[in-house]
Design a protein around this ligand. Structure first.
Ligand code: PLP
Length: 399
């Protein structure tokens, strides 16, 4: 009889080899205490957090916490039901209203996670005989949304405008087409050329979905994302986002101006067949989203942090994923998984947590130390972080 787990043997072996050297397991870290958006206790040591998606530092905002506590008292711990049955509370509606106001869109639909938002929207709107065109570096939830649906999938080279245009031209004129883009690609922190890509997609009669998970709250004058920054909000048909990053809690959403959008609530299986978010979560999300509308000072400070870290790491001799800082993610390219794991551990021993990202999550089989900055990191913390990178980089021979 086949052991169904045998397909994982290579991965198990790779992990065992890594850990047999005494290397700490980068994928089972525990935050023993969390003191603020930028500091936690890990392995008994106070550690600066540089690998969270807490871009705007909303997780400890007093108004956000108060809203969550009040909802917990007033509405209880959970809805125990689907959005389409007993699981839509006043708070879910208020959260959708906050999203509509934040983006200036007519419709907003809150899902239990961003993963489910992509899964649901993509698999539901692109059906048999339709085409989905997607950047090859798309997030797993986008790929999984495609796999769950019946449309023909047409991948194109990362951020390659001509490749997208060529593929669009090859498709039957009358076929339904959906182009899926991300504002910021989370592995390297690079931004999509949305202006051109949205234009050629619309010219070809395609609908456009932009996942703004890593840009919401930070990029664009009002923090609406890369579509706002590049002036294409009016031409985007669907914006997907998450509450698990700048908003500082958990949940996902889709906003749209399509006049028939509300039908999605009836036909989108990852919306219908799952329990809705707890009242405390939607209350924290709605409060956070409303505060993000007025976050321009925080946005400016986060850009300062991003520029300072990027320039500092470059000056130290590290190889960075983008020539210039394009978002709050600064990806430091490691020579290989072994070197990356050593550097990751050395930074942790210094008191710094970053994300170790490895294939298959990364493009071109790269091993990356992904640093994501927070608006609550002080300029002094960024100096401290650079000092830690310098010491760890020299100790491991990476620089
Ligand atoms: C681009 C992108 N889309 C969607 C998601 C899923 O978000 P969530 O954490 O809410 O499931 C992520 C999460 O990492 C992401 O990076």
């Amino acid at each position: 009889m086949t052991d169904l787990f045998s397909k994982f043997d290579a991965l198990i072996q790779q992990r065992e080899t890594l850990l047999s050297t005494g290397q700490r397991d980068p994928f089972s870290l525990v935050m023993e205490e969390v003191k603020s958006p930028t500091v936690a206790v890990v392995n008994g040591k106070e550690t600066i957090l540089l690998g969270t998606y807490n871009y705007m530092g909303m997780t400890f905002d007093p108004d956000v916490i108060a809203a969550g506590k009040k909802a917990l008292d007033d509405f209880g711990t959970g809805t125990t039901g689907s959005r389409v049955l007993n699981g839509t509370y006043q708070g879910h509606r208020e959260c959708e209203d906050a999203l509509k106001e934040f983006y200036g869109f007519d419709h907003a639909m809150v899902f239990s996670t961003g993963y489910q938002a992509n899964l649901g929207i993509i698999s539901t709107i692109a059906g048999k005989d339709d085409y989905v065109l997607l950047d090859i570096d798309s997030h797993a939830s986008i790929y999984d949304g495609c796999a769950m649906g019946n449309a023909q999938i047409v991948p194109f080279r990362h951020n390659d405008i001509e490749a997208l245009e060529k593929r669009l031209k090859r498709l039957p004129e009358e076929a339904g087409k959906l182009v899926i883009l991300e504002g910021v690609y989370s592995m390297l922190g690079d931004v999509a050329p949305l202006k051109e890509m949205v234009r050629i997609s619309k010219e070809a009669g395609a609908m456009v979905l932009v996942d703004e998970a890593h840009s919401m709250g930070f990029i664009g004058e009002h923090g609406r994302g890369v579509a706002e920054e590049q002036g294409v909000m009016d031409d985007v048909d669907f914006i997907i986002g998450t509450f698990s990053k700048s908003v500082g809690t958990v949940g996902g959403f889709c906003v749209s101006n399509h006049p028939k959008f509300e039908v999605m609530r009836l036909v989108c299986r990852p919306y219908v067949f799952t329990a809705s978010l707890p009242p405390s979560v939607v209350a924290t999300a709605a409060t956070s989203i409303r505060k993000l509308m007025h976050g321009s000072e925080k946005r400016a400070h986060l850009w300062e942090n991003s520029r300072k870290l990027h320039a500092g790491l470059k000056a130290l001799g590290f190889t960075i994923g983008t020539d210039e800082p394009q978002s709050a993610i600064i990806a430091v390219i490691m020579p290989d998984l072994e070197g990356g794991a050593k550097m990751w551990e050395s930074l942790l021993n210094e008191g710094l947590y970053v994300n170790l990202a490895r294939p298959p999550a990364t493009p071109a089989n790269m091993t990356l130390l992904r640093c994501s900055l927070c608006a609550e990191h002080t300029s002094e913390q960024v100096d401290e972080i650079l000092g830690m990178f310098e010491r760890a980089g020299k100790a491991t021979g990476i620089i």
